[in-house]
Design a protein around this ligand. Structure first.
Ligand code: AMP
Ligand code: ZN
Length: 479
């Protein structure tokens, strides 16, 4: 099978995947901070991690994938300033942090399911690892940390190549980091934050540095080390993490291992660091502070099947920016629908060995595309081309589609063309009513009763339903 090539942000190069442990792939993905609903940009990060995981499984590696849930420690500023996002949400809404975390974790999981993202081996919850975080911090405190009034700080000058992963170590970037009095280097960060005197927090634990809470970067280092062991194979996250969160994780990992230069990528705790680029949206609806922001549920409420969004993600390379628009989503939906209609024709076929030479080219094209740093855009065209092959055994075709969909995760055998219909939640007419009217209209037409047929059509039109006769996409009707 073709070697799997992946872009490593740490070396800025495409590298051939060679597992740390023979036959295995261990992957850590930075999970959501559960103080609010995830927006669809956040979900792009998990669609990407899912594609990576599925590709590794398809290549035959035994996959152990960890995604964490950050329920403490993530400040409103990624670097080192601001308030804890969860404490802040809890205070504003006069709710318990635990309730907030549970609510948004469940909302996140609902999106994961709707997007057909596979469950990881474990969802590791940060607050379940406080003991381990304290042990990790104690083990590096003497050599790499210093105490300030605010807590225990990591001295970034104590490790080699600090910040190599980041691209934007510009003066502006540095300037963004709020200075805390006594910090030795601008980039130093708190690995343990003390609760200020006279205050109590909902989430705080005892530590050698006073009552307080762990820093966000510490959490991921500790869960990665505990659950996957250093070094593991791949660490993923969104591209923003390449600038602060991951360089800080790497620094802690180097300190913990007593590791030197990052020329040896395993010294970072992982061999390969991968980052998905952002989903962007020009009107600012993706900002969680913008009231109604772009949640997956909003797409569903407007009538789009959630897998149309997955399709939209797969049409772009994960390292490219992707611009969200409703037109783009509709185009992805239509493309998915065409595929689903072709797959419906294979419903009754039984998978058979795809021996026909016509399939070989497309299977190779698919394998090469996925092996080339997860080029899902090309892989999708290979799927469509395989579906379009004529005069071949349906069972063989089915096997090819099953193989490709195991990697792309579009749930092609679970979807029907009716699922692909745009069905806004606030539609004034129930779908059953439309189907019923259309059935009666069909009968009327069969009986050549065109007056009734036309009347039914007008009746539907008055309720906002456009009947689409002879539509090649078989939509039949549209709201
Ligand atoms: P957070 O809950 O803020 O920690 O973010 C969860 C994940 O979403 C992280 O991997 C982020 O890097 C990623 N992310 C945040 N915004 C976007 C975006 N607009 N597009 C893609 N990924 C994003
Ligand atoms: Zn993380």
């Amino acid at each position: 099978m073709t070697d799997l090539k992946l872009f490593n942000s740490l070396t800025r190069q495409i590298e051939t995947f060679a597992p740390v442990h023979e036959g295995e792939a261990r992957v850590y993905t930075c999970g959501p901070t559960v103080y609010n609903y995830p927006h669809i940009g956040n979900m792009r990060a998990y669609v990407f991690a899912d594609i990576l995981g599925r590709t590794l499984s398809w290549k035959g590696y035994k996959l152990t994938h960890i995604i964490n849930i950050t329920d403490v420690g993530h400040l409103t500023d990624d670097a080192d300033a601001g308030e804890d996002k969860l404490e802040k949400a809890a205070a504003e809404r006069a709710q318990s942090i635990w309730d907030i975390a549970r609510h948004y974790t469940e909302a996140f999981w609902a999106d994961v399911k709707a997007l057909n993202i596979r469950e990881p081996a474990k969802w590791s919850v940060a607050t379940d690892y406080i003991e381990e975080m304290l042990d990790f911090a104690k083990s590096i405190a003497d050599k790499h940390c210093y105490e300030l009034e605010g807590g225990l700080y990591f001295d970034t000058s104590t490790v080699a190549d600090y910040g190599r992963l980041a691209r934007a170590v510009t003066e502006e970037g540095e300037g963004r980091i709020e200075t805390v009095e006594g910090k030795r280097n601008a980039a130093d960060f708190a690995i343990w934050r003390k609760t200020p005197a006279g205050e109590t927090r909902q989430m705080e634990w005892d530590s050698p540095w006073g009552k307080g809470a762990p820093g966000w970067h510490l959490e991921c280092s500790v869960m990665g080390e505990n659950l996957l062991g250093f070094p593991f194979d791949i660490h993923t996250g969104g591209i923003d993490h390449r600038e602060i969160h991951h360089p800080n994780e790497i620094a802690q990992n180097q300190a913990f291992c007593g590791c030197g230069s990052l020329d040896e990528t395993t010294h970072s705790g992982a061999k390969i660091w991968m980052h998905n680029n952002f989903l962007i949206e020009r009107s600012g609806k993706m900002s969680k502070s913008s009231g109604e922001f772009l949640r997956l549920q909003l797409l569903i409420d407007k009538g789009y099947h959630p897998l149309a969004y997955r399709m939209m993600c797969l049409q772009a390379h994960y390292r490219s920016e992707l611009e969200f628009s409703w037109e783009g989503l509709e185009a992805a939906l239509v493309r998915l629908k065409r595929i689903v209609m072709a797959v419906e024709r294979l419903a009754d076929a039984e998978s058979a060995d795809p021996a026909h030479p016509k399939f070989a080219d497309y299977r190779t094209k698919f394998a090469e595309a996925m092996s080339d740093d997860l080029n899902t855009a090309i892989a999708l065209t290979a799927l469509e081309e395989a579906l379009a092959v004529k005069k071949v055994d349906a069972g063989e075709k089915r096997a090819v589609v099953e193989e490709m969909d195991a990697v792309l995760g579009l749930d092609l055998f679970g979807l029907t063309r009716a699922d692909m219909r745009i069905r806004p939640k606030d539609a004034t007419i129930a779908e059953a009513e439309i189907e019923d009217a259309l059935a009666r209209r069909k009968e009327a037409r069969a009986a050549k009763d065109f007056a009734t047929s036309d009347a039914l059509r007008d009746e539907l039109a008055a309720k906002g339903v456009e009947v689409m006769d002879g539509d090649p996409l078989g939509w039949e009707w549209k709201l």
